[in-house]
Design a protein. Sequence first.
Length: 512
Amino acid sequence: MSETALKAPRAAAPSGDANRWKALVFIALAQLMVVLDATIVNIALPSAQQDLGISDGNRQWVVTAYALAFGGLLLFGGRIADLWGRKRAFVLGLTGFAAASVLGGVATTGAMMFGARALQGAFGALLAPAALSLLAVMFTDAKERAKAFGIYGAIAGGGGAVGLILGGFLTEYLDWRWTFFVNVPFAVVAALGANFVIREPEGGRNRSPLDIPGVILSTLGLVALVYGFTRAESDGWSDAVTISMFVASAVLLIAFALVESRVKAPLLPLRVVTDRNRGGIYLSLGLAIIGMFGLFLFLTYYLQVVKGYSPVKTGFAFLPMIAGMITGSTQIGTRLMTRVPARFLMGPGFLVAGLGMLLLTQLEVDSSYTTLLLPAMLLLGLGMGTAFMPAMSLATSGVEPRDAGVASAMVNTSQQVGGAIGTALLNTIAASATTSYVKDHIAGAASKPQQQLVKLHGMVHGYSAAIWFAVGILGLASLIAFTFVNAGRPGAVTVASGEGVEDEVPVPVVAH
């Protein structure tokens, strides 16, 4: 690290530049749009499937096409943001996402819908790392950074539940096509606002030639990994294609790591992931998302199928979780981040979320929303909000500006892969437990209503069995956060961030 970097003034992010707070509004709006889209389309899927004549076997591609493009292209999107500039990548990502959303909204065939979803995923992979890395380079003061990432973390965590409410309203009272069209005003406002108010600090681009072998290997490796887990959910873990996808992914990602260690300008500089703090954050975040994604799906089905809630009522039932996430992120995390080391927020945060998950292992067909689901959701939200906020901040703290895009992309990649694993793994566990329960109890059910009740009990038993695994996974995420993340509290040590500013969120000073 050069002496010049240590002595450089804070001019790169002037404290008097109020525009960075205005910029945060538009960055947060774009993040909300991407997170909303992950759940809003799930609500609309049954209606869209019927209108477009999509078969049951092919309907998964509405979700899978997006997941493959988004997960596979994230590292490439992060590198493009470093190369072209984050503001340009951010606006381009928004524009492309809006255009793809229009294409999905006017789709007349299944193939047209799948193509639109893949395009949404591709532009989302450009947009998401650009948004997070803009925050990383624009907010360098420890207290301001805590507030900015608190807001961002709350949106990243709670946006999915907002999507359930909005998706329910649009599907019930308008038409499923509006779940796509609603992205357009979000994107237009965010793009116009970003164009006028975002002032990206100078000198932060990585103008090295693009690492083409790295792009190909990482994209194919991540696509194979995400598809492997998606395939496992629908066709089982012993399916030949599922196994071949996992083998191909392992080979491709190992080859990617070898290439990155040798090329002059790597797509993912290994210094980004081998840093103890960042590595611990990527791993613990990915594990936490495994637990959360499966739970979201289970609770949605439980409330609608078992309890008979409408899509709108289901969305509102998730509001306590959103409130908890916002409180944990903007109040607890933001206030304590500058006072205690990150591991003392992340570790306990995951444990509190695990406690909420533990309550849900007691789920029954006739469980009360007020006495069981409500406190469980509040604990989950508080825990995740408290943990996510310092994690997202520290994951992009202390990186050289030329690496900000790929460091941000790795946050999204760990979440995307965690989501794919969580959905497949926990669904498989739940389905297996449900099948065993029904097989053991169906003989004692003489009438059709009794058989239906056994099936409902079996479904809830399956959810409970899978949630036990999620509790263990959150416990592991907490252990990793406590063990790996050893950065002190912001302000305790001042190090150079490589951005021409002094970063007050400390990481070990390593010569890059």
